[in-house]
Every structure is written in C-alpha cells, then in structure tokens.
Design a protein around this ligand. Structure first.
Ligand code: PEP
Length: 256
C-alpha cells in the first residue's frame, strides 16, 4: 500500500518571514492529516533552517529544491548534498522542469544528482515530464522513457525504495492548464509499467508517482483519485496555507 505524499515546491518565492509564517500555518492546519499522508515542503535554500525550526516537533518534512552532486568544494553558487544533510534534510528534488529547461540540466547531470542523493541516504524526488510540442507529436511516452532511463541509470532495485517519481507535464506547470485525470492516469500507468519492465513488479507496486502541474484545491480530489496517482507536487498553490491545506485534505480523503 503506497502512502500518499503531498509536497509543496515553493520555488524562488517567500521571504524569511512569510516562509516561517506559512510553515507554522501548515503545522497547525495539517497536524491530523500527517497521521495519514506524508507532507513534504521544499522552501528556498536560505530559508531551510528557519522553516525547519518552524516545523520542529511536527511530522512535516522539509527538503531541498536542488543540490549539486559533488563533495563540498569550488562550485560557486551551488549547495552540496552534504550541506542539506548537515542541516537535517532527508529529501531532495531533482530534475524539476525549471532545472531542465531554464538551467539546461541534462539527464546525465540529473542522474549524477540522483545517484549522489541515494548514496547519501536521501529520498530523491525525480521529476519527469514532456513539453507541449512533444505531447502534440505523440512523443510523451518516449520522452518519459528517456528521462526515466537517463535519470535512473545505475540505480538498483533496492535503491528504488528511496525514489519518488513526479510526473509533471511541462505545459501544465504554472500555466493553470492541469492535465485531465485521464491524461495524468495514462502517463502514471505508463511510468509504472516502465518500472515493472526495468525493475520488477514489486518495485513498480511500491514506488510513489506524484502528479504535478497546476494542482489546486478544486482539481486535487479527482487527480488523487486516479489509481496510479500517489500524491501531488504543488507549486503555486503551495504558497498559501489556505490553498495548500485543502490539497493535503484531498490526499487524506483519497487515502481513506
Ligand atoms: C511545480 O513547480 O512543480 C509545479 C507543479 O508548479 P504549479 O503547481 O504552479 O504548476
């Protein structure tokens, strides 16, 4: 039985004060929900520590939006996995579409980050998803296959216990154009069958596959109700407790 994971990617938003305020509102609003679903937030790197302090004692988890695979050293502007670990982060987001398409991250780099994260004991949330022109050209499944094979190269079946996949069609991120529940389910079912053929049925059954792309309170229940959707990765609607808490609640209802 896969446990739902509702996660919030705050991207390059919030101030220190609003980040702490949001975290505190989630602690009080999601206290009961975290008995039934996992809640994981990804604040901007400078606010990780104050947000961790704000959620201390609650079940809300805090992860890094990105990290570099190398050991600490001469990599100006980067954050090392060791540094995330040093401040108590246990999860890291890898391969988000903005990292791929704004910052030019390749499947090879993403794979280095995935493997380094796993070696250090992180839960790695690996994002995959097609561009609109790829969907229109009926290449969605081929793109997902390429990103899965590239991102997970060299990852063993045992290590897959620490991987979460997030299906995020790029055309749905921050656009208000959510994938229909059928489109999401079809992509998720495809990803699960990829896991069966490249690993085994047990890995496919156990791996959580989140949907991301304009998830909001009004569409969360239907998306989370799909058999192969095990949670959500939420951007814009994770920035206000009043928007994010109902999505967590939709996860609780789907789990129940
Ligand atoms: C995201 O950033 O991963 C995302 C899905 O954003 P939004 O919910 O705003 O589309």
């Amino acid at each position: 039985m896969r446990r739902y994971l509702i996660s919030g990617n705050w991207k390059m938003n919030t101030t220190r004060a609003t980040a702490v305020e949001l975290a505190k509102a989630l602690v009080s609003g999601a206290a009961a929900a975290t008995d039934q679903v996992d809640v994981l937030i990804f604040p901007p790197a400078p606010y990780l520590i104050p947000v961790q302090d704000a959620v201390a004692g609650s079940a809300i988890q805090v992860g890094g939006q990105n990290a570099y695979f190398a050991a600490p050293g001469a990599f100006t502007g980067e954050v090392a996995l060791d540094m995330l670990q040093d401040i108590g982060c246990e999860s890291v987001l890898v391969g988000h579409s903005e990292r791929r398409h704004v910052f030019g991250e390749t499947d090879e780099l993403i794979n280095q980050k995935v493997k380094a994260g796993l070696e250090k004991g992180f839960q790695v949330v690996l994002c995959v998803g097609e561009l609109i022109e790829e969907r229109q050209a009926q290449q969605t499944e081929a793109v997902l296959d390429r990103q899965m094979a590239g991102g997970l190269a060299g990852v063993s079946a045992e290590q897959m216990a620490s991987i979460v996949i997030a299906y995020e069609p790029v055309w749905a991120i921050g656009t208000g154009h959510t994938a229909s529940p059928e489109q999401a389910e079809s992509a998720h079912a495809h990803l699960r069958s990829w896991l069966t053929s490249h690993y085994n049925a047990q890995v496919a059954e156990a791996t959580r596959i989140l949907y991301g792309g304009s998830v909001k309170a009004s569409n969360a229940a239907e998306l989370l109700g799909q058999p192969n959707v095990d949670g959500a990765l939420v951007g814009g609607a994770s920035l206000k407790a009043a928007d994010f808490l109902p999505i967590i609640e939709a996860g609780v209802n789907a789990a129940g």
